[in-house]
Design a protein. Structure first.
Length: 757
């Protein structure tokens, strides 16, 4: 099959769709552009499908190149047969190609090679053909230099036989598949590491089937091993099964020859089992990476697309004790109006002075929101913000709304080159306060300035493939930015850089042109920006918005290339564009097919009409905030049974973390999310969502909180969800006594999580 046919089969679409997408990608088109503006060409492939096509195409091209290299190498040796060529060309993975190449791969001389050169292959074959023959007697005839006695001779013959096992691609592949399908992972604590590695206590005596191990548990096991706390081993199951596979593959009469039986066992234990274990470890790592990346990707998308508070003047508080609370006021556009540092907390305890100064800033700049970073001293600072808001209300002003904001990555941003370029004369500590204010106003616009890995929404992010992580997260950011669109007259260079088709240089050139010439009034002006050529304009124009420009369509997601379609619609309705935009009564009666042509089909016209109805619509949800319970500021203030409001900060494979305002997130285990079975926590909650939870367990000493979304749950009792029974954590016959099921008690879940963000 062609590459397009292979990928089409994987994602269940037509090969013509995949080929069209590959052609567009090869021409330099971006995924967001293709997904949004080339639906007719691809048959409506979405961004996720397009990114899969792009990734798989790269892999399959590399696979094809490797096949060519392997075929050339074997042919050069004069050993390429028609059957081997067919097998190599039919291989669907790089691993299969390497297995087929193994017997022909250049390698250092092995014991088997030396034995062959000494003529011991004849003895090996004799012992197979005549299983009743006495090995010692038969070996005497082959004693020679390098093989001085019968033991050395028989070892050489065995080395030849075992080498055949280890280089047989079909056998190696079958053994690997069986070990992974039927094997188990076992872990044990390294002696003397019990106290130091207490966070891995659930794995001190643990076993689970390889196919049932979830991503987060695999990464936890590997981390425990890397930290020297755990030893990991693979249990393949019944060894006799694998020895039988070897004997059957080579038609060896092991029942009639003790020497052959021992040789087969030796080959299994010294070659094939080791190879299968390495393969199983690689598969587990790939599975773990894939699961972790999916969690990270989903959480990052939710955080980036969190509800923006909008263009409202905001006072940000970056809390701290000894070094004070860093403050910054920004206007509705994010421009910094004032900065300050107040010292309301210990050891200075200048509470009244801080409250007065902050109230003055709020009144002077018409602040509507007070963003409080959720780090150290956050609840105390939130209380201060509340008193400031009350002072304003008592004085007859409009009470500003205090909002707790995640400050993950704010310190990273404050010390970055981007922050230094934005605020060259501002203290680093104050830059983080500015970032907190802006991320409340528009999370997407501010968070694009921070390395996605520093936003704190993943699990075991330092343990996964870093190249794959960077590529995955970059794609998420790009898709998020382009799904919302960017105001070209207010966007920063880092935000513009994420727009389809725009490079870092072009993004900076847009900002420079804007600073020198004033706001853009039409999309056409973008053509005057240095290095923003026709191709870049084509890719980016539809995602760039111009508010209040000369053409109202420039504020919408309608691409300039499709403006003639709008003109035809306007002519047919007898209205101009301004009258048409937002006119739901007229637009809902239009038939897209009436305005389609060879260039713009029904899907594109349908999108255009929807965009005219609600131009520049923001796909993000409405802005809401969580209200923390008064008097609940620390973990010790929590008691089982409390009903609290909080914000989901992170969603993992085993549950979700919720900030309830006590400096430590609580865990809602997957078993406590619904009365029905939940396979993926993302089906229930998302990062940034405001939820109500019940406190189930509180461990003050270890700073752990167990929460439930099921408000009728009784604290202290194990969570047993109704519906489908979960066996994901049960390794069946191989499950160690101390191993826990995936949906066990809340206390178990907290321990397994290693608790923390």
């Amino acid at each position: 099959m062609t590459i397009a046919e292979v990928i089409a089969k994987e994602i269940h679409v037509r090969a013509t769709q995949v080929q069209a997408a590959l052609t567009l990608l090869a021409e330099g088109n971006t995924v967001p552009f293709i997904a949004r503006y080339r639906k007719e060409v691809t048959g409506g492939l979405d961004d996720a499908q397009l990114r899969h096509i792009e990734e798989r195409n790269t892999y399959l091209l590399e696979l094809a190149e490797r096949k060519e290299a392997v075929l050339a190498s074997i042919e050069e040796q004069g050993k390429l047969t028609d059957e081997l060529k067919r097998e190599i060309l039919a291989a669907d993975t790089k691993a299969r190609v390497e297995d087929l190449y193994l017997p022909y791969k250049k390698r250092r001389k092995t014991k088997a090679d030396i034995a062959r050169e000494a003529g011991l292959e004849e003895l090996e074959q004799l012992l197979i053909d005549e299983p009743s023959a006495n090995p010692e007697t038969a070996a005497e005839k082959f004693i020679c230099e390098g093989f001085p006695d019968t033991k050395a001779v028989l070892d050489g013959a065995r080395a030849i036989l075992v080498d055949r096992f280890a280089t047989d691609a079909d056998l190696v592949g079958a053994v690997r598949d069986r070990v992974y399908a039927e094997g188990a992972m076992r872990s044990a604590v390294v002696e003397g590491k019990e106290q130091e590695g207490a966070k891995f206590a659930d794995y001190f005596e643990f076993a689970e089937d390889l196919t049932k191990l979830p991503s987060h548990r695999i990464l936890a096991l590997f981390r425990g091993e890397a930290e020297g706390v755990l030893t990991l081993s693979f249990d393949p199951g019944d060894e006799a099964v694998y020895e039988g596979m070897i004997a059957e593959r080579f038609d060896l009469p092991v029942q009639e020859s003790e020497w052959l039986a021992k040789a087969v066992r030796w080959g299994w234990r010294t070659k094939l089992q080791i190879s299968a274990n390495v393969d199983a470890r690689m598969r587990l790592k790939e599975k773990a990476d894939e699961g972790a990346l999916e969690v990270f990707k989903t959480n990052l998308r939710d955080v980036l697309l969190a509800a923006p508070a909008g263009q409202r003047a905001t006072l940000a508080l970056d809390p701290g004790y000894r070094n004070g609370v860093k403050c910054a006021v920004v206007d509705g556009t994010g421009k910094v109006l004032a900065t300050s540092i107040v010292y309301p907390h210990q050891p200075q305890n200048r509470w009244d002075a801080a409250r007065t100064e902050l109230a003055s800033l709020v009144a002077e700049h018409g602040v509507e929101l007070i963003a409080v970073g959720n780090g150290t001293a956050s609840r105390e600072s939130e209380k201060l913000a509340g008193e400031v808001a009350d002072l304003i209300a008592q004085a007859g002003g409009k009470r500003p709304t205090p909002v707790m904001v995640s400050e993950s990555g704010a310190s990273i941003y404050s010390a970055s080159a981007i922050a230094a370029e934005e605020f060259p004369d501002m203290d680093v500590s104050l830059r983080s306060a500015v970032s907190i204010a802006r991320r409340l106003q528009d999370p997407l616009a501010e968070l694009v300035k921070v390395d996605p890995k520093s936003i704190g929404v993943g699990q075991y992010q330092h343990d996964v493939n870093q190249v794959a992580l960077a590529q995955t997260l970059d794609a998420v950011v790009e898709d998020a930015v382009n799904s919302v669109g960017v105001d070209v007259n207010t966007a920063s260079a880092p935000l513009l850089e994420r727009v389809a088709g725009l490079s870092n240089t072009v993004a900076k050139n847009i900002v420079a042109y804007r600073d020198e010439n004033g706001s853009f009034t039409t999309r056409k002006q973008l053509g005057k920006v240095p290095r923003l050529g026709p191709k870049a304009f084509e890719q980016a124009a539809g995602f760039l918005r111009i508010q209040g420009g000369t053409d109202p369509l420039d504020a919408s997601a309608v691409h300039p290339e499709a403006y003639p379609v709008v003109e035809r619609i306007a002519a047919a309705t007898g209205m101009d564009t301004t009258q048409l935009i937002g006119n739901t009564a007229v637009l809902t009666k239009l038939a897209p097919a009436d305005f389609a042509d060879e260039t713009f089909g029904v899907p594109t016209v349908t999108d255009i009409i929807a965009e005219l109805d609600k131009p520049g619509r923001d796909p993000r949800p409405e802005f809401t905030t969580a209200t923390f319970k008064e008097g609940v500021n620390e973990v010790k203030d929590l008691t089982p049974g409390m009903i609290l409001e909080g914000t989901v900060t992170n969603v993992a494979a085993f549950g979700a973390f919720v900030d309830v305002g006590v400096h430590q997130d609580g865990l809602v285990h997957v078993s406590a999310m619904s009365n029905k079975f939940v396979s993926d926590p993302h089906d229930v909650v998302r990062s940034g969502q405001v939820v109500k939870v019940k406190v189930m367990d509180v461990d003050v000493a270890r700073n752990r909180i167990g929460l439930s979304l099921r408000l009728d749950d009784e604290p202290g009792k194990p969570n047993k969800p109704a519906g489908k029974k979960n066996g994901a954590g049960n390794g069946g016959r191989r499950q160690a006594k101390s191993a826990k099921p995936a949906q066990g008690s809340m206390a178990d879940a907290l321990k397994r999580a290693g608790f923390g963000k």
